[in-house]
Design a protein around this ligand. Structure first.
Ligand code: PLP
Length: 478
């Protein structure tokens, strides 16, 4: 069958591959295979993507044609790439959770998602929801706004954070990602620019591209948001929308100060650019410092806020929401039917039960995350002393600065040592962030210690100070 996907140019593939070479000549084609599989595994080379010819790649990659041919042969043998005379080569098969690597799946530790397991509270909330289902089973169950009880409790949560909100301002969605896709559909058309932080959450960037928008990155400063940089970008790019994660930003973990919120809201207002604020991680403050007011308290009706159950409670609920002005809610509801017809009732009831008295549940979540963060911080200091980072005050990941532009190489090697990570360039709009790596701390303390111990071996071998890079590690790891 012919490939259905688009074609990637040699230049673009070279950019995506990043710094994949370990500098060991006899390992070159194996490294190229591993780097390609990483791109397939994390979605940057979707199945169906047509690849540049080997000749074109020889012109852009700093390796010989023989190396490229050997790498393509290997990828074909593993079913990742398929080729046909006249049609070229394309990505033909997905790479499994392990990235198609040799480590047995049960030893692979997944640090590619900063998402926690459910607490027992989710199970209790399910019992409550089961008891409430009969009355809902008597109705048709379609509701594009969301259950009134849940919308009321979400609105109460905003009020408790200092932002009075009516249930009519809330639309329940199937997660924050779905919420963002609905908002993009309303605001952004082909070629429209969307201002984003750099680095930012990869799936949010992907959603902008999927709506044919153009993400325009504004670099973060090491300690926060560059308001002047945003003002300049607003002037130069004339964006249709801005998208920010002001609370425990993914991946930096930074939280925007009240002063920056006020200043950013002012420059956005002046430019008449609506702002979408993603508050997915907002409940995960780990240092007990007072919460700033939500961004919408500064920006008024021009701010659309996205919320999620995924990080505070559980991603498997697939519950999120939008808080917006009545006018935006009205427009959202009138276009939603083109995408879906509402969010499952049972999961909404579970979320409503979780929000009945949220503080104790959130307290447990924060306590667990704090302990996991501390384990990850100690393990990184012990095993990866050549990496540096600020201890995050909230959120679920540590944004590490590596000892060189080696993030892709570290991620490729980490796969071979049984740890799955997302390399820094994934968080950047046009590549870059090659010196940065996100290490989530959502696994259990034991698993985190094991994973970061393995990363220590990778870090040392990439730095050339320890274990040989091509050492054959046996991984008898639980
Ligand atoms: C900033 C941010 N937004 C959205 C999401 C996705 O949230 P949901 O699971 O509610 O779709 C995530 C998940 O990692 C995230 O970090």
């Amino acid at each position: 069958m012919l490939p259905p996907g688009g074609r990637i140019s040699g230049v673009r593939l070279e950019k995506l591959l990043g710094s994949w070479r370990r500098g060991i000549p006899r390992q070159c084609s194996a490294d190229l295979v591993a780097a390609m599989k990483l791109l397939v595994a994390d979605g940057r080379l979707p199945v169906g993507t047509r690849l540049p010819s080997e000749r074109e790649l020889t012109e852009v990659l700093p390796v010989s044609r023989t190396t490229i041919t050997a790498a393509f042969d290997q990828l074909r043998a593993e079913g990742v790439v398929q080729s046909r005379r006249g049609a070229g080569s394309w990505i033909s098969g997905p790479v499994g959770a392990g990235g198609g690597i040799t480590v047995a799946d049960d030893t692979l530790i997944d640090l590619s998602r900063a998402a926690p397991a459910a607490l027992p509270s989710v199970r209790h909330a399910m019992d409550v929801a089961v008891a409430q289902m009969p009355e809902h089973l008597a109705s048709h169950g379609y509701d594009e706004r969301g259950l009134p009880l849940l919308r009321q409790r979400i609105a109460d949560r905003y009020a408790a954070r200092g932002l009075p909100t009516s249930p009519d301002q809330i639309v329940v969605t199937s997660g924050a990602q779905h919420a963002w896709a609905l908002v993009l559909r309303l605001f952004v058309g082909p070629g429209d620019r969307v201002l984003v932080e750099q680095p930012s959450y990869p799936n949010a960037l992907e959603a902008v591209r999927a709506s044919f928008g153009i993400p325009v990155p504004v670099p973060m400063l090491s300690d926060g948001w560059d308001v002047d940089g945003f003002e300049a970008a607003l002037r130069q790019a004339g964006p249709r929308l801005a998208y920010l994660i002001p609370d425990f930003q993914n991946p930096t973990g930074l939280r925007m100060s009240s002063e920056s919120r006020e200043a950013l809201a002012a420059v956005l207002r002046k430019a008449r650019t609506p702002l979408v604020v993603d508050e997915t991680l907002v409940e995960l403050s780990l240092d007990g410092s007072p919460d700033p007011l939500p961004m919408a308290a500064f920006g008024g009706d021009s701010v659309v806020t996205l919320g999620s159950a995924s990080k505070s409670h559980w991603g498997g609920l697939r519950i999120g929401w939008i808080r917006a002005s009545s006018e935006v809610v009205h427009r959202l509801l009138s276009t939603r039917a083109g995408i879906d017809l509402g969010t499952p009732v049972f999961e909404q009831l579970v979320m409503a039960a979780l929000l009945e008295s949220p503080e104790s549940v959130l307290g447990q979540r924060r306590e667990g995350a704090r302990a996991q963060r501390d384990v990850a911080v100690a393990a990184l200091r012990e095993h990866c002393p050549q990496w540096s980072f600020d201890v995050p005050v909230g959120g679920l990941g540590i944004w590490c600065a590596l000892d060189g532009p080696v993030s892709t190489r570290v991620a490729v090697m980490a796969q071979n040592h049984g740890v799955r990570l997302v390399p820094g360039p994934r968080f950047a709009v046009h590549g870059g962030c090659e010196q940065m790596l996100r290490v989530p701390y959502t696994q259990s303390p034991e698993v985190l210690r094991e994973a970061i111990g393995r990363l220590g071996v990778v870090a040392a071998s990439v730095a050339g100070t320890g274990f040989p890079a091509d050492a054959d590690l046996s991984l008898p790891v639980a």
